[in-house]
Structures are given as C-alpha cells and as structure tokens.
Design a protein around this ligand. Sequence first.
Ligand SMILES: *[C@@H]1O[C@H](CO)[C@@H](O)[C@H](O)[C@H]1NC(C)=O
Ligand SMILES: *[C@@H]1O[C@H](CO)[C@@H](O)[C@H](O)[C@H]1NC(C)=O
Ligand SMILES: *[C@@H]1O[C@H](CO)[C@@H](O)[C@H](O)[C@H]1NC(C)=O
Ligand SMILES: *[C@@H]1O[C@H](CO)[C@@H](O)[C@H](O)[C@H]1NC(C)=O
Ligand SMILES: *[C@@H]1O[C@H](CO)[C@@H](O)[C@H](O)[C@H]1NC(C)=O
Ligand SMILES: *[C@@H]1O[C@H](CO)[C@@H](O)[C@H](O)[C@H]1NC(C)=O
Ligand SMILES: *[C@@H]1O[C@H](CO)[C@@H](O)[C@H](O)[C@H]1NC(C)=O
Ligand SMILES: *[C@@H]1O[C@H](CO)[C@@H](O)[C@H](O)[C@H]1NC(C)=O
Length: 599
Amino acid sequence: MGFKQLIQIISLLTVVSANSLVLHETRPAAPAGFTSQGAASADENVTLRVALKSNDVAGLQAKLMSISTPGSADFRQWLTADEVKSYMAPSTATVSAFTSFASANNLTHSVISPHGDWLSMTLPVSHANTLFAADFQKFTHESLTEPITRTLSVSLPSELVGHVDVLHPTTAFIMPNARFRTRAAASPARKFTMNTNSRIARGLAKRNDSSGVPASCTVDAFLIGPACIQDLYGIPTAPATASSTGKNTLLVTGYQNEFANTADLKSFLQQYRPDISSDTTFTLQTLDNGTNSQIPDDAGPEANLDVQYSIALATGIPVEFLSVGGGTTDADLFPEMLDTITYLQALETPPTVITTSYGDNEGNFGPTLAAKMCDGYMSISARGVSNLFASGDGGVRGGHDNHFQCSNNTFIPVFPGTCAYITSVGSTQDFTPQTVAPFSSGGFSNFFPVPQFQAAAAAAFIRGLPGDFAGIFNKSGRGFPDVSFAGTGFTIIEGNFTTGQSGTSASSPGFAAVVSLINDRQETSCPALLAAGKPVLGFLNPWLYSAGAQAGLTDITEGKNFGGACSPSVVAFNATKGWDPITGLGTPVFDKLLAAAMA
Ligand SMILES: *[C@@H]1O[C@H](CO)[C@@H](O)[C@H](O)[C@H]1NC(C)=O
Ligand SMILES: *[C@@H]1O[C@H](CO)[C@@H](O)[C@H](O)[C@H]1NC(C)=O
Ligand SMILES: *[C@@H]1O[C@H](CO)[C@@H](O)[C@H](O)[C@H]1NC(C)=O
Ligand SMILES: *[C@@H]1O[C@H](CO)[C@@H](O)[C@H](O)[C@H]1NC(C)=O
Ligand SMILES: *[C@@H]1O[C@H](CO)[C@@H](O)[C@H](O)[C@H]1NC(C)=O
Ligand SMILES: *[C@@H]1O[C@H](CO)[C@@H](O)[C@H](O)[C@H]1NC(C)=O
Ligand SMILES: *[C@@H]1O[C@H](CO)[C@@H](O)[C@H](O)[C@H]1NC(C)=O
Ligand SMILES: *[C@@H]1O[C@H](CO)[C@@H](O)[C@H](O)[C@H]1NC(C)=O
C-alpha cells in the first residue's frame, strides 16, 4: 500500500467516525456564575450516568392521563410497580445496542435503576471526549467548594441515537443551593426584619378592623403558625383515623445535608400544636449514606420547615423524612433527585404524597435531562402518588432571584415545576383577600408543551395579557404552578431558636398535608378500596383542573409577582381570575376540596 493510499484510508476513517457522531445536546455557554478553568485533565475519571430510552413513554403517558382524568372508566386505578416497569424498561434492542457499544469500547457499566433505564459507567475524560465528541472542562462557581467537570456539547455515536436519552454530567449545570426558602427573620430569633410596608404586615393590620382574618393568624409580630393555616383553609385538627393501615404516608425529601431535628420538632409541637402529642415524629429513611445529624447547629432550616409543617398540619398522618446523602461538594442536586426517583420506583407500596422544596432553573437541567427526569416523575405519579414540588422563589426569573445575573428580560421557568406530571405549588400571603406572594415562581416551560388538561386554562390566561411577550416567555409551554398555599412568615424552630421562613418551600408541605388528609377521609369512608391501592388522590393535575376540584379552591386574583425586566422590583405576571402562572388554580378550601374528591 502506497503512502498516498494510506493517507486516503486514514482520512476516510476520520470522515466515517466524524459522520457517525450525532450532536445530542449543546449550550452556547455555561450558565451565568460558572467560569471555565480550562480542560479537565485527560486521565481524570468521570462517572457518567446514562439514561436508556424507555420502550413506551407515550403509552404510559396515555395510560396516566386516562387513570387520572375524572370520568374515565379506569379513573384512579393506579398501576403496580410491574405495570409501570413494562412501559419504562428499555427495549431489548436498546439494551443490546448499548451493550455492544460498551463492549466494543471497553466500558464497564452497571444498572442503577429498577426499570433498567439508568446505567452508570466510569471512564477517563480523554475517552469520554473521544467517544462523545465532548470537551470536558473544569468549572468553578462561587458557591462550590470544588470545581465541577462539564462539557458544553455532547454527541452520540450513531448506533446509540434513539437508544440513549441522556449522559450526565455533560451539559447540565444545576446550581448549588437549590432550596426554595428565604429566611423571613433573623436567628436567634424574635428580631424580625420584615419591613412594615410588606403585604403580610398589611394583611395582619387588617385583622385590627376585624375583617375576617383568623384570630390565630399571628404568632409574634408578622409570623404565623399551624393554627392560622388550619383556620384559614378549614384544615381539620382531629387526627387522621385510617392511617393505621400504613398505606397513606407523607414523604418529605431532604437534600444537601439538610437535617430534620427531632428536639426542635418536639418543642414546635409543644408550642404550636399543644392539642396533639409532642412525641409525634417522623420515620427516617436514608439513601446514598444519608444521615440525620441531631446536633442543634446542624438543624436545617429547610428540613425543619418541611417536617414541622407536614407533621403539624397532616395531623395523624405517618410522615417519613428521606435524607439523601452525597450532596455537598459536588453541589449537583441531580444525583439526589435521580436516586429519589429510582428509590420510589422500586417500592412496592410507595408513599401516597411527597413534598419536595428543591429545584432549579429549567435551562440549567437542559432539555434531555429534564425530559428523562419528567418521565421518571410520570412513572411515580402512575403508582397513585401525589408528587408536590415548591414552584420556586424567583418570581418570573427562575428558582431564586436571578436578577443579579440578568442580561435580558427573558423569563426563566423552574424545573420540576415545568414537568406536567408533578404538582407545582406557588405561594400566597395576606388573608382578606389572599394575594400573591411576589416571590412565587411561575411561568411557562421552554421544553414541555402545555398538557391537554391545562390547555384551556393557560390559553385563557394568555388571551388576557396586555402585550404579546414575544421572546419573553414561551406561550406553547406547560404553565406552572398548578395550585398555591400560604408561604410567608412561617414560624419554625431551628437549633432551639424560633425563626421565620418564607418561600414556596413553606407552601408545598402545606398543600401536601391537605392532600394527605383528604386521602385519609377517603380511606375512612372506603377502607377496602384503599387496601386495593385505589382511591387515593394520586396524580392530581387532571382532577385539579376539572370544574369539580376548582370548586374546592379559592381563586387568587390580587397581586403580581416580581422579576420582570431584570429586577426584583419590576412586576411580571398578575394574578387573574382563573388559573395564572403565579398562584395556579388557587388555595384549598378543605371541606369543599374533600367533597370534590369524594364526588
Ligand atoms: C481512573 O480509574 C482507573 C481505573 O480504576 C485508575 O487506574 C486510575 O488511577 C484512575 N485515574 C485517576 C486520575 O484517578
Ligand atoms: C480494551 O482493554 C484491553 C485490556 O484491558 C486492551 O488490550 C484493548 O486494547 C482495549 N481495547 C480498546 C478498544 O481500548
Ligand atoms: C393592631 O392595633 C394595635 C392598636 O392600635 C396596634 O398596636 C397593633 O400593632 C396592630 N396590629 C397589627 C398587626 O397591625
Ligand atoms: C456509602 O458508604 C459505603 C461505605 O463507606 C461506600 O462504599 C459507598 O460507596 C457509599 N455510597 C454512596 C452512594 O456514597
Ligand atoms: C437571555 O439570558 C439567558 C440567561 O440569563 C440566556 O440563556 C438567553 O439566551 C438570553 N436570551 C437572549 C435572547 O439573549
Ligand atoms: C416553546 O415550547 C415548545 C413546546 O414545548 C417547544 O417545542 C419550543 O422549542 C419552545 N420554544 C423556545 C424558543 O424555547
Ligand atoms: C432550648 O431553649 C430553651 C429556652 O428557650 C432552654 O430552656 C432549653 O434548655 C434549650 N434546649 C437546649 C437543648 O438547648
Ligand atoms: C397587570 O395589571 C396592571 C394593572 O391592571 C396592568 O397595568 C398591567 O398591564 C398588567 N400586567 C400584565 C402582565 O398583565
């Protein structure tokens, strides 16, 4: 073979291999706040989680819509773990495509999900760069203790196209500190910094002119406690009666080393639920070597908020706290979220209600990761789980107030709120009337289209807008939140100090408690059905958007959220009659929502 011929063969091979890589996902730059420190070293090992395509996502979507839509023949006939797996498992062709690729490239992988649709493999950066046309770099962020390894672009060898949904970590940059909570008052407490012009202060002032604010609605200055919330929504204080079957449980997720302190819980119950045993507590579940330190200084404000209000409001419902480990230095919330999904998928009897107060800007997840995680949430909802998430605290500008890094007026939606298969909970404040909490995140997805059950509600809202908002938000996207709940000035006890917390983090556990108590009443009225896994509310959304359930919600029509035009003070959306992307369909009226559920 002559030299020239050899060159031709080599260049032919190069062309073939270049052609055989198909761009999978790319982003023009890392999100604001992340800075590249240059290429990751070639021999650094990167552990990639690989999502294989499930064999019938569309089939599960159709089935879930049917079983969650009032009036259908199989309404609330929730699926078993095996039934869900039959849709979610990858096909044999997909498994063998990946297995051949792995063995051809000396890759060892392990299956890390009960459905077999997530794998893990560790390989050197140099190998990953070549196999996936990536350019792994080290990125720093002021909130990170260590740099993270990411690439701005990832491709798939053509033989994996249609078989692999996601490679992570590649182009997803999930922010550190993904909790949706802002401190409403300083600790050690009782030095309240909230300014008296705030709407919550005005709401409390209205109490003086006896205009219907529950007398229980002040604990101290501007803070409220469980009694106020029970009075506001008519939430029963009598303990759940049927939960001894252990089938109706409320799970609170805990990430990023947020620990729920049992001594704080006890003193919270002593002070704010003196009518129930202060020994009432949660069952600890752990994943990934998660712990639950009981050192007072380790008490997490998020975990304490979520657990104290879940237990104080869902009277008598068994509450579990799931502490997921591994979440500090890598600062990527994704492993904790994925491992929660796969943990739940494996349970024969999953909790009936889940509340999560964490998330991040949708764009930071990126389209492929968000889509695969949303499929995972769909698989959990199909089991008859009401899976609630805080909508975020940045108004129209992401999960947190992102105006500091704002360069244009584009609104930033928040995930998982933008996934149609979870229920997103926004925040309100005030009492007469209840109004928007301006931090309440809401908007429209750039990745997920509006689901059928929400289409009319979202279209009505968009029709009422004053301008066309072209380029500001995506009018064909899934809108969030779905519902709302009080979220300002919640008293908590943290490390033996009383403090106040505000955020959609406060709202999600509250709404979750309401759903749990409705499940309990259903169980009481028909224990045999619950034993069969049938009548719990399960996936809520199509029911919530039905006329029946709307009669059990107070439509919030006053107030606006912030974050337009790159500024927290510039208003964005208004609350309107009907669904709006700040407060959703509204806040619960317990007895009416219960009646709608039983209808
Ligand atoms: C990467 O993993 C291989 C195989 O386990 C190991 O031999 C190598 O030392 C690791 N590289 C680094 C930089 O840690
Ligand atoms: C795979 O690994 C073996 C030894 O572990 C080595 O001999 C072989 O060259 C490797 N093949 C590739 C394609 O890297
Ligand atoms: C109610 O009125 C009293 C007396 O006028 C005043 O001291 C108090 O601050 C008011 N409460 C609120 C919450 O505004
Ligand atoms: C949990 O701890 C064990 C023992 O230290 C370790 O082998 C394992 O890798 C850890 N698992 C995770 C997910 O961190
Ligand atoms: C607006 O800013 C966001 C990040 O803040 C960015 O992702 C987006 O591409 C920008 N849009 C335009 C039109 O420049
Ligand atoms: C808007 O949303 C639709 C539906 O989800 C999506 O297909 C489209 O790509 C989005 N457009 C932009 C500019 O993000
Ligand atoms: C908590 O604070 C109270 C006073 O508010 C004190 O009596 C009690 O000893 C403290 N408990 C702990 C464990 O520090
Ligand atoms: C919100 O309401 C105000 C007052 O009615 C109106 O001027 C403004 O245009 C509305 N903004 C939006 C986005 O609907």
